[in-house]
Every structure is written in structure tokens, then in C-alpha cells.
Write a protein that binds this ligand. Structure first.
Ligand code: ZN
Length: 320
């Protein structure tokens, strides 16, 4: 390892827990065997592909839809087991892996307690949630106990995409899904869903109530750095509750490069939110490690800025 003067930490790197997946009907669906092999591997295969590309550390998270599709009565106990098993896997390779907790968000108080248990007892770095919780966005006040606990623990919540609401899928995408199955996923549907969730968080007032709450979104910020000026300007027009959208976004959000290795997009994000808010990630195994690390290596940035992007910013946010 250590091919560079700085380590490479990637923090949107997924795995699947067999017991949790058995509760998510159709999750394996049309997934290929090589993809499933990688999702279920927390050892040799994963480490080999990290070594080949030069990824020093993966912050592991369960892949979508994780705990967000579980009912309130089954989620908490099941997710406890998921997080315990992840902690055991991390303990086998503690210099290579760290973890984000899965949360049973349908039971918000239990989810907050599980976050605290994972951070205090298992050493996790925060939590990752995936899309809607049984059809609802998480900015609804009933979910705020999760954000209160994250703020108290000083750990971030990573908002990861999942499928759009079924009504949205039917109205917006259905006629193109057969020919272009990715249109509701990484090509567009995921992005709209997650950017909407991020915007709703700002509109909800949760950051006024929790001024030290920290949020991470992937995929170079789900288009929001590029759109920040326009969203901010439109929400500043007469007739709106006073809100500085851009300032709130810049204060509370970090982004990662997961699955979006576009240099012009990175340059836009640096200019809009600052390099110290951007963290390298890949989105393994949905995206291969090699092209991500090669892109990072080839960026025309000063060495100190590349080091911050590769791991320095993640170390600061996650206290690694
Ligand atoms: Zn991902």
C-alpha cells in the first residue's frame, strides 16, 4: 500500500448482509453474480480489489434499501444484528475498514438509540440511510430524534439514494424503464430523489433546531452544487419564509465523489462549496475502484488539496 504520500479513504462503499436482504423482497432481482459476490464479501475479494486500485480504507455501509424498508416492529432488532455483524467484520481488518450504521428509521427513537449504540460501543463513524422510509422523506419532524442524536454524538448522517416513490416512477419513468432500466436508478431517478431529500431538509428548519447537524450526500452532491445559485435565488424571492439556502447548504453538507468522476463537476463543486467539503469515494461494487483512483491520481490539484480530497477531509469529519 501507501503508493502516495497520503492514504485513500473511500466512504460510500457497500456490502450486503444476508439476513437483512432476506427481508427485502426482490433485492437480489436481476443483480449479476459478480456483483452479488462482491456485495456479500467482507474479506479477501474486497481487500484484493482495494489493494489492486490503491484504496487504503473503505468506510462500509449496507447497500440500498437497507433498514429503510423495514416496518417499525421488526426493524430495530434486525438492524441491531446487522450492525453487530458489520462490527465483527471491521474488527477482523480494523486498519482497512470502518463503518456507517444502518438505522431502523421507521422507529425513529429506536433508530436514534441504535445510532448511539453503534457510535459509542461499536466505533462507527455515523450512519447511512437510503431514500424514503416506507414512502416518507426523513425531514418530517417525527424523524428529528435521529438528527438530534447525530448532532449530540457529532457524527454525520449520509443520505444515499434509493428507488423513487412508486407514484413518481409510474408518472415519470415507467415508459422508458424497459429499454433504460438505469433511468430510475443512477442515471437520474436516484439523483432527483436524493437532491429532493436534501432540499427538503433545508426547508424543514431542522438545521435551525440542530445547528451542528452534519449531512453527507454522494455523487458529487446530487447536482446541488451546480444548482446552488439558482435554488438560492428562487427561494429568496418575495413570498418565502426567510431562509439562506446556500449558506445553510454550505454549513451543513459535505459531498463525496461516489460514482461521479467528472473533473468539471468537481471544479464546480470546489468553487461553490469549497474543497474542504468534498471527500473521495467510489460506490464499490456498483462502480469499480480502478477508474476512481486513477481519476483522483490524475487531478491537476496541489498535493495538499489532493490529500484533503483523498482522505484528509474524511479523517476530519469522521474523526479517523
Ligand atoms: Zn452507493
Amino acid at each position: 500500500m501507501a503508493r502516495r504520500p497520503y492514504p485513500v479513504i473511500a466512504l460510500e462503499e457497500h456490502y450486503w448482509d444476508r439476513e437483512l436482504v432476506s427481508h427485502l423482497s426482490g433485492a437480489e432481482g436481476s443483480r449479476s453474480k459478480p456483483l452479488l459476490d462482491r456485495l456479500y464479501d467482507l474479506g479477501d475479494l474486497r481487500l484484493r480489489e482495494m489493494d489492486e486500485a490503491g484504496v487504503d480504507v473503505q468506510v462500509l455501509s449496507h447497500g440500498a434499501p437497507s433498514g429503510q424498508k423495514l416496518a417499525a416492529d421488526v426493524g430495530p432488532a434486525l438492524i441491531r444484528g446487522v450492525n453487530d455483524r458489520l462490527a465483527q467484520a471491521i474488527a477482523l481488518n480494523p486498519s482497512r475498514f470502518a463503518g456507517f450504521a444502518a438505522l431502523p428509521t421507521a422507529a425513529p427513537e429506536a433508530a436514534a438509540d441504535e445510532l448511539e449504540r453503534c457510535v459509542r460501543e461499536l466505533g462507527f463513524k455515523g450512519a447511512m440511510v437510503h431514500g424514503l422510509t416506507n414512502g416518507e422523506f426523513l425531514d418530517l419532524p417525527k424523524y428529528w430524534p435521529i438528527f438530534a442524536r447525530a448532532e449530540a454524538l457529532d457524527v454525520p448522517i449520509y443520505f444515499h439514494p434509493s428507488f423513487p416513490h412508486p407514484d413518481v416512477t409510474a408518472a415519470y419513468y415507467k415508459d422508458y424503464m424497459d429499454d433504460f432500466p438505469m433511468v430510475i436508478r443512477a442515471a437520474w431517478g436516484y439523483t432527483v430523489e436524493t437532491a429532493t431529500q436534501a432540499i427538503r431538509l433545508v426547508l424543514s428548519g431542522v438545521f435551525e433546531q440542530h445547528p451542528n447537524l452534519k449531512i453527507v450526500i454522494g455523487h458529487m452532491g446530487e447536482t446541488l452544487p451546480y444548482l446552488l445559485w439558482r435554488i438560492n435565488q428562487a427561494l429568496s424571492r418575495p413570498g418565502h419564509r426567510p431562509l439562506d439556502f446556500a449558506a445553510t447548504f454550505r454549513k451543513h453538507f459535505w459531498i463525496t465523489t461516489s460514482g461521479n468522476f467528472s473533473t468539471p463537476a468537481l471544479e464546480c463543486a470546489i468553487k461553490e462549496i469549497g474543497l474542504d467539503r468534498i471527500m473521495f469515494s467510489i460506490d464499490w461494487p456498483f462502480v469499480a475502484n480502478g477508474p476512481g483512483v486513477e481519476w483522483l491520481d490524475g487531478l491537476a490539484l496541489p498535493e495538499a488539496e489532493k490529500a484533503a480530497l483523498a482522505s484528509g477531509n474524511a479523517k476530519a469529519l469522521l474523526k479517523m
